[in-house]
Write a protein that binds this ligand. Structure first.
Ligand code: HAM
Length: 407
């Protein structure tokens, strides 16, 4: 009887070695840039209490309302696979009393995140993020530093940077009243979705592609015109620092991020190469979040970028050069053990070596050595020979030392 084949769940995928290498290289480059800027690694659990995200990300957001993978553990506690990393970082900051450390506390993370969204190109139910957060300072230099770091982590992808400021909670509250009034006045032209959320989340109207909604939004009041003087000054400082660093950006008063915790600066790098899911990485300030989660008043700023989206948006890098490999050719079964010993000894010297393990003929092994880009083959027969895979030259050698020095 045929046994049914199993497949990965919808919206998830396997990373095959070809892509695995690109992903690891991206993470290694990010680690380098972030560590150079003083960011340490912070790892938080992949599941957390559901309440953390409800309180942190915001009850009215799509993430909390529709997209969380929530389950009960055996003790009846509600847990959720993390849909994002900032809430967990703030929880850890509070839990470990990090406000007592010298501020700011700068951390970064990478790993899997989970959102129950309709899968499409660039949008998955399990995806990887690289993220960075700086807590405990409201210095605009951190906003600018983080934006520059995100630009560096995204790398050669062709992106544009959208930038805005959401001001403080009070300004947002007052602005919400004015925006709702404006939306109510044009209510009959709005999409059903936007109309249904006028009270709950009027900012969503900025995100809409619906023609009527866009018309109404064209002359909507702008939050950026109503910033309190200190918020306006903060935003001007962030812009001046980005100008100083030669970083291009577009001020976009309609930039809405899908999480509730933002205050002041918000930003997003977008790539036209990605189609509908154009956000490669984004973030902003969240000066009230730590307090909202039960900690002391603590400003914070950060971002996260999607690993899959960075790679989709990036021009395909040249095939990774990789280190030249030595292929250890087994000419007959009696030589199998010796070949194994040579391979291990080469690796112990830091020489990348592979031995034949698929029972190929000597000719087949040479082909395989070629396919994997080996620069030399060690032929283990009655004598030990070293073949140069590039010029075909072959010579008898005494032992390991000759291989190491011939590299
Ligand atoms: P976010 O914009 O929701 O922000 O997600 C950041 C990035 O994660 C997106 O730009 C995108 O590249 C990637 N991403 C999100 N959802 C998916 C998905 N379903 N499939 C593939 N990639 C996805 C945050 O998560 C905030 N925590 C960022 C932040 C940090 N703000 C302040 N600090």
């Amino acid at each position: 009887m045929a046994v049914a084949k199993l497949q990965v769940p919808r919206g998830t995928f396997d990373v095959l070695p070809k892509d695995g290498e690109r992903r690891r290289a991206l993470e290694a480059d990010a680690a380098k840039a972030l560590s150079l800027a003083g960011y340490g690694v912070l790892e938080t659990p992949i599941f957390e209490s559901t309440e953390l995200f409800a309180r942190g990300v915001g009850e009215s957001t799509d993430i909390v309302q529709k997209e969380m993978f929530t389950f009960e553990d055996k003790g009846g506690r509600s847990l959720t696979l993390r849909p994002e990393g900032t809430a967990g970082v703030c929880r850890a900051y509070i839990e470990h009393g990090m406000h007592k450390l010298p501020q700011p506390v700068k951390v970064w993370y990478s790993g899997p995140f989970f959102r129950h969204e309709a899968p499409q190109a660039g949008r998955y139910r399990q995806f990887a993020q690289i993220g960075a957060e700086a807590l405990g300072s409201d210095d605009p230099a951190l906003d600018a530093e983080l934006i520059l770091l995100l630009r560096e982590v995204i790398g050669p992808a062709d992106t544009r940077l959208r930038l805005s400021s959401l001001g403080n909670a009070e300004t947002r509250g007052e602005y919400g009243v004015a925006l709702r009034k404006h939306l109510r006045a044009g209510e009959n032209r709005l999409s059903d979705e936007v109309r249904a959320r006028i009270d709950q989340n009027p900012l969503r109207a900025f995100d809409s592609d619906h023609p009527g909604t866009r018309e109404v939004m064209a002359d909507a009041p702008r939050l950026i015109d109503r910033l309190a003087p200190d918020d306006a000054e903060h935003f001007a400082d962030v812009r001046a620092l980005l100008d100083e660093a030669g970083c291009d950006y577009e001020i976009d008063p309609g930039l809405v991020r899908g999480l509730d915790y933002y205050t002041r600066t918000v930003f997003e790098f977008e790539s036209a190469a990605l189609g509908a899911q154009s956000g490669v990485g984004g973030g902003g300030r969240y000066d009230g979040l730590v307090e909202q989660l039960g900690g002391p008043p603590t400003p914070g700023v950060g971002w996260a970028a999607g690993v899959e989206r960075i790679l989709l948006a990036s021009p395909h890098a040249e095939k990774l050069a990789g280190s030249p490999r030595i292929y250890v050719v087994v000419t007959k079964p009696e030589k199998h053990r010796e070949a194994f010993g040579i391979t291990q000894a080469l690796r112990a010297r830091g020489v990348p070596a592979e031995m034949e393990t698929a029972g190929r003929s000597v000719k087949g092994q040479m082909k395989q050595a070629d396919r994997m880009g080996a620069t030399k083959a060690v032929i283990v027969g009655d004598r030990l020979e070293l073949k140069d895979m590039l010029d075909g030259g072959q010579k008898v050698i005494e032992g390991i030392e000759d291989i190491v020095s011939a590299r």
